[in-house]
Design a protein around this ligand. Structure first.
Ligand SMILES: Cc1cc2nc3c(=O)[nH]c(=O)nc-3n(C[C@H](O)[C@H](O)[C@H](O)COP(=O)(O)O)c2cc1C
Length: 317
């Protein structure tokens, strides 16, 4: 099946993944105008009333870009909704998204028919992120248009499945839009995701080390300085397993090699989450490819160059 029209005309088959606290309108606009889907969690706008201002900023900036650059129109943007009982803003945030007819909604955690119906009602599409094939089936049964397979090594809440296994299992029954995530930070890996059967690569951590990202300089530099050896997989901080930078865990006075376990009952997307994610830095395993903090456009340019080179290499072989 071909991609829905909204995802067809990207410069590069990449989605800039939503990053709690870090993504903001400047990063989203930079991603979209560089030719990839830009995204942010609705919850990053605080207080809730700020979401309206941020969506106005994004839609107006992208419309202005399109007026000035008719030959290189901006890619669509996406808003991430955390569908979880502790997200008491969901209804409000969905109503704001409806006002702006947000073209792509990324749902995480819960798959709900009413949310999918609402997005379809204003002409948008829903991509739901999952860490295994069973959740993937449930999401599509509930009406998601596409899937984001979050494989091992992804930043933030991550699964444990090899991307090869996950994409293979999903493609055995699903021919709709499929993005692959987990440690992708290099153009060759974007091509590899497509070769495996995904349509799009979904890249988060590499965008933390960009000028536009709302992260501290120390966090950005830590991504530049670190490799996969510095990433720790733990359930301690949110109740769900995720990948984090070991130096931030040490700075919080904990031993990254001996962390206690937690459980999903500890999961909370209210104020406690903001504190946990400010001090403990989420990050995926792919960051050895990140050598400097650069404008987001420059990162997309690098990915595009590497993607073209990888394609030429593979085609010549
Ligand atoms: C710091 C951080 C915060 C994240 N916050 C969210 C979030 O709010 N919502 C969400 O759906 N995914 C979130 N993610 C996951 C990303 O959207 C994406 O799946 C992941 O970054 C992909 O793996 P990569 O970081 O190795 O590229 C977060 C990831 C990181 C690193």
């Amino acid at each position: 099946m071909s991609l829905p029209p909204v995802l067809r005309k990207l410069r590069l088959p990449v989605v800039g993944a939503p990053l709690f606290i870090i993504s903001n309108p400047k990063l989203v606009v930079a991603q979209c105008t560089a030719g990839i889907v830009g995204s942010m969690p609705a919850l990053n706008a605080r207080p809730a009333s700020q979401l309206d201002e941020w969506l106005a900023e994004i839609t107006e900036s992208l419309a202005a870009w399109d007026r000035d650059h008719p030959d290189q129109p901006a890619a669509p943007f996406a808003i991430n909704q955390i569908v979880h009982k502790t997200n008491d803003r969901l209804e409000h945030d969905m109503a704001v998204c409806a006002r702006y007819k947000v073209p792509v909604v990324i749902t995480s955690l819960g798959a709900r028919t009413d949310i999918n119906d609402a997005v379809h009602g204003w002409g948008g599409i829903v991509l739901h992120d999952i860490i295994n094939n069973a959740f993937a089936r449930k999401a599509v049964e509930k009406g998601a248009d596409g899937l984001i397979a979050v494989a091992a090594g992804a930043g933030g809440h991550a699964g444990v499945k090899s991307p090869f296994a996950l994409v293979q299992e999903i493609r055995a029954w699903f021919d709709g839009p499929l993005a692959l995530s987990g440690a992708i930070a290099q153009g060759g890996a974007v091509l590899a995701a497509q070769a495996m059967g995904a349509d799009l690569a979904y890249i988060g951590s590499a965008f933390i080390a960009t000028d536009e990202a709302r992260a501290s300089d120390a966090y950005k530099q830590c991504i530049v300085d670190s490799t996969s050896d510095d990433i720790v997989y733990s359930s301690l901080f949110t109740g769900v397993h995720g990948n984090y930078l070991a130096p931030s865990i040490r700075a919080a006075g904990l031993d990254p090699d001996h962390l206690p376990e937690s459980d999903p009952s500890a999961m909370n997307f209210g104020g406690a989450a903001t504190k946990a994610w400010k001090d403990i830095w989420g990050c995926g395993q792919g960051i050895a490819a990140v050598e400097a903090v650069v404008p987001a456009r420059e990162l997309v340019d690098r990915l595009a160059r590497e993607y073209a080179a990888a394609r030429a290499r593979v085609c010549a072989a």
